[in-house]
Design a protein around this ligand. Sequence first.
Ligand code: MV4
Length: 451
Amino acid sequence: MFNKVLVANRGEIAVRVIRACKELGIKTVAVYSEADEHCLHALLADEKVCLPGFKPADTYLNMPAIIKAAREKGAGAVHPGYGYLAENESFAAACREAGIVFIGPDPETIRLAGNKLQAKETAARAGVPVIPGSNRGLTTLAEALEVAGETGYPVILKASAGGGGRGMRICGDETELREEFPIAKAEAGSAFGDPTLYVEKYLQNPRHIEIQVLGDRSGKIIHLGERECSVQRRYQKLLEESPSPALDDSLRDKMGRAAVQVARSINYFNAGTVEFMLDGNKNFYFMEINARLQVEHPVTEMVTGIDIVKEQIRLSLGEGLDYDYYSLSPRGWAVECRINAEDPDKFFLPSPGTIEIYRPPGGFGVRLDTHVYQGYSVPPYYDSLLAKLVAHGPDRKTALSIALRALDEFTVEPVKTTIPLHKKILADDSFAGGDFDTGFVRKFLPEEDED
Ligand code: MV4
């Protein structure tokens, strides 16, 4: 069906996809902007096509240019990575139109998952717990006030077309809801092209736990266990691990089944993630479906032994899933630290520039996914993720000790990175004890940085 894949992305994830293709004997085509000529993905692919320009809109988001490149190079498939065009329904549809396989879910699934309210309704209909609130789109303040009166304050206003923390507002009381509603509505309309809002009871500092799912063309859906993603700042994850210290086998099984149920109810194909919130009493609630490969997929790979990117490709070639979570005998513990070119002492201000000194970590239990090297210049135009440092050990304590040891070895200069922040997190007693939630990182940040 295809033997050449165009990788419609840049950086570490493009490198990740190219590596999987090479091992499968599939040829690769990289696309690269004028700023990315020396980026590792452009150097590792079998062929490459320059997308003229620098800004994402001109390059990695330029659908006609990417489809033209795939056609010209004879690539029968496109892998979108994450971000950029990964959850763009029109792009998935344009690939289909052009007779190119989009390695990911179908356009219809991307659309449904992109509508957060519709996804929530679907999950509720599948019998999966959702947070109490409005189960329809709100058009007027009066409706919002009525729902909030029923659930009680605080409530959270969410944009149906938002997601991932975008377009959300917390309202502590009626006065705040009256104030925020019109602003949120106008913002949702201009930012997402859809003013639809919904309201939910606000959970204070939940844990964020997500389940990796895979679906094949026969309709078989499996899960690959959970990822603990509560260590985040302003909805940007910093560190993820699998399994979660908050789950036992019974809760894992319940959440895994719930995730599969949600995926099955929308005929989910390929790799996806079902996000949940877990409250202090270990009640879980469906939050969102992410119709893409996620940044943090490696922690799941390390404990299950499954190469998720190869599975995506296999599934898109029409092959089936002949295993499940339990048959894999998941092993040990994995933790991922996102090393961003940002200065944690300056409110995570991006820190582009040339990497003069680069000494990467290695050794038993260390995996480093990156597109950078000594002498590489971090361009100012894109996401600041430089590398993902993944540590894998037989148990959580060992995995964390490997991660800390590897962070100690890791030198990147003079570009500022999140390495020092990760060291502080790993040295923290609550973190080591598994006792943390989405409010955790705040204590490492200057007060002005709190939201
Ligand atoms: C919430 C919530 C509390 N209550 N909804 C943030 C990202 C988006 N996917 C949903 N988010 C939240 N929704 C209710 N009803 C708290 C969050 C939230 C959060 C969720 C996941 C990961 C980190 C977070 C950090 C702060 C708030």
